[in-house]
Design a protein around this ligand. Sequence first.
Ligand SMILES: [Zn+2]
Ligand SMILES: [Zn+2]
Ligand SMILES: [Zn+2]
Length: 337
Amino acid sequence: MEPRPSHGAYRYKRRNPNPRSQLYFVAQGMSKAALEHYHYLCASIQGKFVLSNYIPMDMGDGQIFHQHGLDFSPYTEYELRPIVSKKALQRPIGTYHPDELKLYHEYFANDWMHSAGGILHNMKDRREFFNCILNYHSPAKTTGNEEWDAFFEKFKESGFQKSLVPCMHFGNPMGCLVDDCPFLHDEEMLRERRDRILAARKKALFEPTPKQRLEYAQKYESMNRGRNTSTSPSAAMNGLSLEGSGAPRVRHFCAKEECAKPWLAKDKGDHVLQKCARCQWTYYCSITCQKADWPRHKSECAPAEEVIANDNLWTSIGTRKGTDGVDTEWRRAVFGI
Ligand SMILES: [Zn+2]
Ligand SMILES: [Zn+2]
Ligand SMILES: [Zn+2]
């Protein structure tokens, strides 16, 4: 039995599991997945696919995107199953709006799993990935990202060398279990990417959460307009954008939800709120609020570095789990996450 490692202990490690261990089967699965994704990538870059089974968007049916299939039968090097992808509105000449592509690439860069897994992982989000690919094969001739475009050229020139493609497993908490993995293991590049993700988490941890901002904006709204705002998801999203326009900037809120006393950025002098002495990143207006909130807070009260490093506590888009305040089902439908 291998000792149970702390989370992420095998990140950036190449491992060589014993063929009789269960990990060996996991390794075989990893190897197969990487190879398959590699071939989807090669086929995509060469345009060796045809679009099929177009299903237009139907809001009444809850289908908020156009759908189409990608049939890879023109690619003969490896047997690739057809897949279904979601298509955003393509413009008449077959291109996508550059801002839309930019959003996809920002998502790939800021989502920790995409950032660690690189392009072989990126294609798991088919809508984002294949819309970039369709744009690459349109008159616009770009994926919307210079780095990708440059990589595609280099990759083609090399005759599709696997050693140029970042391994999709090496940057993950389990590391790469494939002992003869042919893909690129670039620890330095992955560490740089992860540092950016951790810096963003740090910022998020020491600032009010989206949920706190949202509730404050709603309270502020109803106070100033003399009406109650609903808590529907769309109102919630409006709420998120309200803060900048009307409500004053808040440094911290009392973490006891029912209190949520704000410490405004413009407040001078004495600290309005005090830090929890143990974790140093949670604030309270009084001992009473701190005590009352302890049953909730005790499960998350840990030093900032520990909280920041633990992927299990964070959503892929960089908010701490349970603090975003936006209905997840609705968000899943809109953002596909
Ligand atoms: Zn690998
Ligand atoms: Zn309080
Ligand atoms: Zn604490």
